[in-house]
Ligand binder design. Structure first.
Ligand SMILES: [Zn+2]
Length: 346
Protein backbone atom coordinates (compact mmCIF):
# COMPACT_ATOMS: atom_id res chain seq x y z
CA UNK A 1 0.00 0.00 0.00
CA UNK A 2 1.48 3.36 -1.00
CA UNK A 3 -1.50 5.71 -0.66
CA UNK A 4 -4.19 6.52 1.88
CA UNK A 5 -7.41 8.51 2.09
CA UNK A 6 -7.20 11.84 3.91
CA UNK A 7 -9.29 14.97 4.49
CA UNK A 8 -6.99 17.56 2.98
CA UNK A 9 -7.35 21.32 3.44
CA UNK A 10 -6.44 22.65 0.01
CA UNK A 11 -6.99 26.39 0.54
CA UNK A 12 -8.43 28.70 3.21
CA UNK A 13 -12.17 29.09 2.83
CA UNK A 14 -15.52 27.43 3.34
CA UNK A 15 -16.13 23.74 4.10
CA UNK A 16 -15.51 22.77 0.48
CA UNK A 17 -11.86 23.68 1.04
CA UNK A 18 -11.55 20.29 2.79
CA UNK A 19 -11.47 17.48 0.23
CA UNK A 20 -11.31 13.72 0.68
CA UNK A 21 -8.52 12.59 -1.60
CA UNK A 22 -5.85 9.94 -1.94
CA UNK A 23 -2.38 11.01 -0.79
CA UNK A 24 0.96 9.21 -0.31
CA UNK A 25 1.19 7.00 2.77
CA UNK A 26 3.53 8.80 5.23
CA UNK A 27 6.70 6.99 6.33
CA UNK A 28 8.02 7.37 9.89
CA UNK A 29 11.32 9.25 10.17
CA UNK A 30 13.84 8.44 12.92
CA UNK A 31 12.17 9.04 16.29
CA UNK A 32 8.67 8.75 14.81
CA UNK A 33 5.97 6.12 14.60
CA UNK A 34 3.15 5.72 12.10
CA UNK A 35 -0.32 5.33 13.56
CA UNK A 36 -3.30 3.71 11.90
CA UNK A 37 -5.87 6.27 13.04
CA UNK A 38 -9.02 4.89 14.64
CA UNK A 39 -10.60 8.15 15.79
CA UNK A 40 -9.76 11.84 15.55
CA UNK A 41 -11.83 14.53 17.27
CA UNK A 42 -12.47 17.96 15.81
CA UNK A 43 -11.67 21.20 17.59
CA UNK A 44 -12.43 24.80 16.83
CA UNK A 45 -8.77 24.79 15.71
CA UNK A 46 -9.76 22.75 12.63
CA UNK A 47 -12.36 25.37 11.69
CA UNK A 48 -10.02 28.28 12.46
CA UNK A 49 -7.21 26.83 10.34
CA UNK A 50 -9.65 26.19 7.50
CA UNK A 51 -10.89 29.79 7.56
CA UNK A 52 -7.37 31.25 7.76
CA UNK A 53 -4.59 31.48 10.33
CA UNK A 54 -4.46 34.02 13.15
CA UNK A 55 -0.72 33.54 13.76
CA UNK A 56 1.77 32.92 10.96
CA UNK A 57 1.28 30.95 7.81
CA UNK A 58 -0.19 27.47 7.59
CA UNK A 59 1.50 25.07 5.18
CA UNK A 60 -1.01 24.00 2.52
CA UNK A 61 -2.17 21.48 1.56
CA UNK A 62 -2.62 20.29 5.15
CA UNK A 63 -4.33 17.40 6.92
CA UNK A 64 -5.75 18.89 10.13
CA UNK A 65 -6.82 16.88 13.19
CA UNK A 66 -4.99 17.33 16.51
CA UNK A 67 -6.86 14.76 18.64
CA UNK A 68 -5.45 11.45 17.45
CA UNK A 69 -6.13 7.95 18.77
CA UNK A 70 -5.14 4.77 17.01
CA UNK A 71 -2.77 1.82 16.77
CA UNK A 72 0.93 1.98 15.91
CA UNK A 73 1.57 0.18 12.63
CA UNK A 74 5.18 1.14 11.84
CA UNK A 75 8.08 2.26 14.01
CA UNK A 76 10.95 4.44 12.77
CA UNK A 77 14.61 4.13 13.72
CA UNK A 78 15.72 5.29 17.18
CA UNK A 79 12.34 4.60 18.79
CA UNK A 80 12.36 2.61 22.01
CA UNK A 81 9.48 1.39 24.15
CA UNK A 82 6.84 1.33 21.42
CA UNK A 83 5.89 -1.40 18.99
CA UNK A 84 3.44 -2.08 16.20
CA UNK A 85 0.09 -3.00 17.71
CA UNK A 86 0.31 -0.57 20.67
CA UNK A 87 -2.90 1.44 21.14
CA UNK A 88 -2.11 5.09 21.76
CA UNK A 89 -3.31 8.66 21.89
CA UNK A 90 -1.15 11.62 20.94
CA UNK A 91 -0.09 14.75 22.83
CA UNK A 92 -0.44 17.34 20.04
CA UNK A 93 2.31 19.87 20.88
CA UNK A 94 5.87 19.49 19.61
CA UNK A 95 8.36 21.78 21.33
CA UNK A 96 12.04 22.44 20.62
CA UNK A 97 13.14 21.30 24.13
CA UNK A 98 16.34 23.39 23.95
CA UNK A 99 15.19 27.04 24.21
CA UNK A 100 15.18 28.99 27.48
CA UNK A 101 11.41 28.56 27.88
CA UNK A 102 11.46 24.81 27.24
CA UNK A 103 14.37 24.38 29.67
CA UNK A 104 12.49 26.30 32.37
CA UNK A 105 9.33 24.24 31.91
CA UNK A 106 7.24 26.77 29.95
CA UNK A 107 6.96 24.48 26.93
CA UNK A 108 3.57 25.79 25.86
CA UNK A 109 5.12 29.14 24.89
CA UNK A 110 8.17 27.70 23.12
CA UNK A 111 8.62 30.08 20.16
CA UNK A 112 9.39 27.10 17.92
CA UNK A 113 6.46 24.96 19.01
CA UNK A 114 4.42 23.11 16.42
CA UNK A 115 0.95 21.66 16.68
CA UNK A 116 0.18 18.34 15.04
CA UNK A 117 -2.72 19.11 12.70
CA UNK A 118 -1.78 22.78 12.30
CA UNK A 119 1.90 23.05 11.38
CA UNK A 120 2.35 19.42 10.33
CA UNK A 121 -0.16 16.85 9.11
CA UNK A 122 -2.69 15.60 11.66
CA UNK A 123 -5.04 12.71 12.12
CA UNK A 124 -7.97 13.24 9.75
CA UNK A 125 -6.54 10.51 7.57
CA UNK A 126 -6.12 6.77 7.61
CA UNK A 127 -2.52 7.12 8.84
CA UNK A 128 -0.36 9.77 10.48
CA UNK A 129 3.28 9.92 11.57
CA UNK A 130 4.08 11.52 14.94
CA UNK A 131 7.13 11.76 17.23
CA UNK A 132 7.29 8.81 19.63
CA UNK A 133 7.86 11.37 22.42
CA UNK A 134 4.25 12.51 21.95
CA UNK A 135 2.69 9.09 22.51
CA UNK A 136 0.56 8.14 25.50
CA UNK A 137 -0.62 4.56 26.01
CA UNK A 138 -4.40 4.17 25.62
CA UNK A 139 -6.10 2.61 28.65
CA UNK A 140 -7.98 -0.58 27.69
CA UNK A 141 -11.09 0.63 29.53
CA UNK A 142 -11.59 3.66 27.28
CA UNK A 143 -12.69 3.54 23.63
CA UNK A 144 -10.75 5.18 20.81
CA UNK A 145 -13.58 7.71 20.46
CA UNK A 146 -13.38 8.55 24.18
CA UNK A 147 -9.62 9.10 24.26
CA UNK A 148 -9.73 11.05 20.98
CA UNK A 149 -12.14 13.41 22.75
CA UNK A 150 -9.51 14.32 25.35
CA UNK A 151 -6.12 15.63 24.17
CA UNK A 152 -6.72 19.24 23.10
CA UNK A 153 -9.59 20.02 25.45
CA UNK A 154 -8.23 17.99 28.37
CA UNK A 155 -4.76 19.53 28.33
CA UNK A 156 -6.22 23.01 27.76
CA UNK A 157 -8.76 22.75 30.58
CA UNK A 158 -6.12 21.48 33.01
CA UNK A 159 -3.64 24.21 31.99
CA UNK A 160 -6.25 26.97 32.37
CA UNK A 161 -7.95 25.91 35.58
CA UNK A 162 -5.24 24.20 37.58
CA UNK A 163 -1.72 24.98 36.33
CA UNK A 164 -2.16 28.68 35.52
CA UNK A 165 -5.53 29.50 37.10
CA UNK A 166 -4.60 27.87 40.44
CA UNK A 167 -8.22 27.03 41.18
CA UNK A 168 -8.70 26.27 44.87
CA UNK A 169 -11.21 24.26 46.91
CA UNK A 170 -14.28 26.36 47.70
CA UNK A 171 -13.67 28.99 45.01
CA UNK A 172 -16.30 29.94 42.47
CA UNK A 173 -15.61 29.64 38.74
CA UNK A 174 -17.75 30.72 35.81
CA UNK A 175 -17.43 28.59 32.68
CA UNK A 176 -19.14 30.32 29.73
CA UNK A 177 -20.38 28.28 26.79
CA UNK A 178 -20.55 25.01 28.72
CA UNK A 179 -21.46 23.07 25.56
CA UNK A 180 -18.01 23.65 24.07
CA UNK A 181 -15.38 20.95 24.13
CA UNK A 182 -13.01 22.65 26.59
CA UNK A 183 -15.87 23.83 28.78
CA UNK A 184 -17.54 20.41 29.05
CA UNK A 185 -14.30 18.92 30.44
CA UNK A 186 -13.56 22.04 32.49
CA UNK A 187 -16.81 21.72 34.43
CA UNK A 188 -15.76 18.23 35.51
CA UNK A 189 -12.16 19.19 36.38
CA UNK A 190 -13.37 22.20 38.40
CA UNK A 191 -15.83 19.96 40.24
CA UNK A 192 -13.00 17.51 41.01
CA UNK A 193 -10.91 20.47 42.28
CA UNK A 194 -13.65 21.28 44.78
CA UNK A 195 -14.82 24.52 43.19
CA UNK A 196 -18.38 25.79 42.89
CA UNK A 197 -19.23 25.96 39.21
CA UNK A 198 -21.43 28.45 37.43
CA UNK A 199 -21.95 28.03 33.71
CA UNK A 200 -23.68 29.61 30.75
CA UNK A 201 -25.14 27.87 27.76
CA UNK A 202 -28.00 28.31 25.33
CA UNK A 203 -30.85 25.78 25.52
CA UNK A 204 -32.78 23.91 28.23
CA UNK A 205 -31.25 20.65 27.02
CA UNK A 206 -27.69 21.99 27.21
CA UNK A 207 -28.42 23.60 30.59
CA UNK A 208 -29.49 20.21 31.94
CA UNK A 209 -26.33 18.57 30.58
CA UNK A 210 -24.15 21.24 32.24
CA UNK A 211 -25.98 20.57 35.51
CA UNK A 212 -25.42 16.85 35.12
CA UNK A 213 -21.65 17.38 34.65
CA UNK A 214 -21.43 19.34 37.91
CA UNK A 215 -22.41 22.97 37.35
CA UNK A 216 -24.44 24.23 40.33
CA UNK A 217 -25.80 27.32 38.60
CA UNK A 218 -26.50 27.38 34.86
CA UNK A 219 -27.88 30.43 33.08
CA UNK A 220 -28.93 31.04 29.49
CA UNK A 221 -26.53 33.53 27.92
CA UNK A 222 -29.23 34.62 25.46
CA UNK A 223 -31.10 36.11 28.43
CA UNK A 224 -29.90 39.73 28.77
CA UNK A 225 -30.11 39.46 32.57
CA UNK A 226 -27.65 36.55 32.78
CA UNK A 227 -24.84 38.54 34.39
CA UNK A 228 -27.30 39.76 37.04
CA UNK A 229 -28.29 36.14 37.63
CA UNK A 230 -24.63 35.19 38.18
CA UNK A 231 -24.14 38.10 40.60
CA UNK A 232 -27.36 37.13 42.42
CA UNK A 233 -26.11 33.55 42.72
CA UNK A 234 -22.93 34.83 44.42
CA UNK A 235 -24.73 37.30 46.71
CA UNK A 236 -23.37 40.16 44.50
CA UNK A 237 -19.78 39.18 45.30
CA UNK A 238 -18.91 37.86 41.85
CA UNK A 239 -16.85 34.80 40.93
CA UNK A 240 -13.20 34.13 41.73
CA UNK A 241 -12.40 32.98 38.22
CA UNK A 242 -13.86 33.12 34.73
CA UNK A 243 -12.46 30.53 32.36
CA UNK A 244 -13.02 32.07 28.94
CA UNK A 245 -12.17 30.28 25.71
CA UNK A 246 -14.92 32.03 23.74
CA UNK A 247 -13.51 35.44 22.81
CA UNK A 248 -14.08 39.18 22.71
CA UNK A 249 -17.88 39.17 22.64
CA UNK A 250 -17.92 37.68 26.17
CA UNK A 251 -15.13 39.73 27.77
CA UNK A 252 -17.17 42.66 29.08
CA UNK A 253 -19.61 40.32 30.81
CA UNK A 254 -16.75 38.12 32.06
CA UNK A 255 -15.03 41.10 33.70
CA UNK A 256 -18.36 42.37 35.07
CA UNK A 257 -19.05 39.18 37.03
CA UNK A 258 -15.54 38.83 38.51
CA UNK A 259 -15.13 39.34 42.24
CA UNK A 260 -12.49 41.76 43.47
CA UNK A 261 -9.08 40.04 43.14
CA UNK A 262 -10.73 37.81 40.54
CA UNK A 263 -8.96 36.35 37.53
CA UNK A 264 -9.96 35.94 33.91
CA UNK A 265 -8.15 32.97 32.38
CA UNK A 266 -8.20 33.16 28.62
CA UNK A 267 -7.60 30.72 25.79
CA UNK A 268 -9.30 31.13 22.43
CA UNK A 269 -10.99 33.92 20.56
CA UNK A 270 -13.34 32.41 18.00
CA UNK A 271 -16.03 34.92 19.09
CA UNK A 272 -13.87 37.95 18.35
CA UNK A 273 -10.19 38.84 18.80
CA UNK A 274 -10.21 42.48 19.93
CA UNK A 275 -11.76 44.15 22.95
CA UNK A 276 -11.88 47.74 24.22
CA UNK A 277 -10.63 47.36 27.80
CA UNK A 278 -11.34 49.78 30.65
CA UNK A 279 -8.00 49.98 32.48
CA UNK A 280 -9.42 51.49 35.73
CA UNK A 281 -11.75 48.54 36.23
CA UNK A 282 -8.70 46.24 36.17
CA UNK A 283 -6.67 48.05 38.85
CA UNK A 284 -9.58 49.36 40.89
CA UNK A 285 -10.83 45.82 41.50
CA UNK A 286 -7.35 44.21 41.30
CA UNK A 287 -8.34 41.88 38.48
CA UNK A 288 -5.86 39.61 36.75
CA UNK A 289 -5.98 38.51 33.13
CA UNK A 290 -4.07 35.29 32.51
CA UNK A 291 -3.35 33.98 29.02
CA UNK A 292 -3.11 30.22 28.55
CA UNK A 293 -1.68 28.59 25.43
CA UNK A 294 -2.38 24.90 24.86
CA UNK A 295 -1.43 22.52 27.62
CA UNK A 296 1.27 20.13 28.76
CA UNK A 297 1.96 16.43 28.34
CA UNK A 298 1.74 15.83 32.14
CA UNK A 299 -1.54 17.77 32.23
CA UNK A 300 -3.01 15.53 29.54
CA UNK A 301 -1.77 12.40 31.30
CA UNK A 302 -3.46 13.60 34.50
CA UNK A 303 -6.77 14.17 32.73
CA UNK A 304 -6.49 10.76 31.05
CA UNK A 305 -6.03 9.15 34.48
CA UNK A 306 -9.10 11.02 35.74
CA UNK A 307 -11.03 9.65 32.75
CA UNK A 308 -9.74 6.13 33.40
CA UNK A 309 -10.92 6.32 37.00
CA UNK A 310 -14.31 7.74 35.98
CA UNK A 311 -13.85 11.16 37.60
CA UNK A 312 -13.96 12.83 34.20
CA UNK A 313 -16.20 11.57 31.39
CA UNK A 314 -15.08 12.42 27.88
CA UNK A 315 -18.13 14.15 26.42
CA UNK A 316 -18.70 12.76 22.92
CA UNK A 317 -21.65 14.45 21.21
CA UNK A 318 -21.46 12.89 17.76
CA UNK A 319 -19.36 10.29 15.94
CA UNK A 320 -19.15 10.68 12.17
CA UNK A 321 -17.27 8.83 9.44
CA UNK A 322 -14.46 10.67 7.66
CA UNK A 323 -16.74 11.01 4.62
CA UNK A 324 -18.90 13.39 6.71
CA UNK A 325 -16.08 15.75 7.67
CA UNK A 326 -18.04 18.75 6.32
CA UNK A 327 -20.94 17.93 8.65
CA UNK A 328 -18.42 17.84 11.52
CA UNK A 329 -17.28 21.36 10.66
CA UNK A 330 -20.90 22.49 10.44
CA UNK A 331 -21.75 21.15 13.91
CA UNK A 332 -18.87 23.18 15.38
CA UNK A 333 -19.54 26.33 13.39
CA UNK A 334 -23.23 26.36 14.27
CA UNK A 335 -22.55 25.30 17.89
CA UNK A 336 -24.96 22.45 17.23
CA UNK A 337 -23.27 20.12 19.74
CA UNK A 338 -22.54 19.56 23.44
CA UNK A 339 -19.01 18.30 23.88
CA UNK A 340 -16.92 16.73 21.17
CA UNK A 341 -17.49 15.83 17.56
CA UNK A 342 -15.36 12.76 16.81
CA UNK A 343 -14.47 11.45 13.37
CA UNK A 344 -14.23 7.68 13.21
CA UNK A 345 -11.57 6.77 10.64
CA UNK A 346 -11.28 2.99 10.57
ZN1 LIG B 1 11.50 25.61 23.00
Amino acid sequence: MTTMTAAVLQYHGDRDAVKLISVPLPQPKPGEVRIKVEACALNWLDVGIRRGPKFGAIPLPLITGSDIAGVIDAVGDQVEGWAAGDAVLVYPLITCSVCELCRSGSLTVCPDHKIIGEHINGGLAEYVTVPAANLIRKPDSLSFEAVAALPVVGMTAWHMLITLGQLRVGETVLIPGAGGGVASISVQIARHAGAHILATTSSPEKMQKAHDLGAEVVVDYRDPTWTAQILDATAQRGVDMVQNNVGASTWADSLAVLARNGRLVVCGSHAGTNFDLSIPQIYHRQLRIIGANGGTYPGLVTVLKLAESGVVQPVVDTVLPLSEIHEGHRLLEERDHFGKVVIRIA
